[in-house]
Design a protein around this ligand. Structure first.
Ligand code: AMP
Ligand code: ZN
Length: 112
């Protein structure tokens, strides 16, 4: 298994866990770009959003809904950003689908 996020889900690589259920695992980003920066990943390996289909709709919705709940738990009452980078031009560097939850500072638009 050479996927770093699969290794994190398996507990083979340490992480700072924020949430876990049957479908997803959430943990602190190792290089935080905001005071709160969590990553939410499906436990099953999906390379990116580009490989998903309608069959993954509930999993994708569950990732977003969980991000909303974690944002609330982390006190991000003034707002936050969820981001899913897809592919090289999308800025994706780890090929295991993940949703970023960023908050605790003013976000800007458009992102770089
Ligand atoms: P992306 O660039 O959208 O693919 O995001 C990958 C994210 O994974 C980056 O924000 C990295 O800082 C983060 N990351 C990479 N390795 C680890 C790790 N071992 N533990 C936690 N976060 C990681
Ligand atoms: Zn993986």
């Amino acid at each position: 298994m050479d996927c770093i996020f699969c290794q994190i889900v398996a507990g083979a690589v340490p992480s700072k866990k924020a949430y876990e259920d049957e479908q997803i695992y959430a943990f602190a980003d190792i290089d935080p770009r905001a005071p709160v920066h969590l990553l939410l990943v499906p436990k099953k390996h999906i390379p990116s959003l580009a490989q998903t289909t309608e069959a993954d709709a509930s999993l994708l919705g569950h990732l977003q809904a969980t991000a909303a709940r974690l944002a609330q738990e982390h006190g991000l009452d003034k707002g936050y950003r969820t981001v899913m980078n897809t592919g090289p031009e999308g800025g994706q560097t780890v090929s295991h689908l993940h949703l970023h939850l960023l908050g605790g500072r003013q976000m800007h638009w458009p992102p770089g």
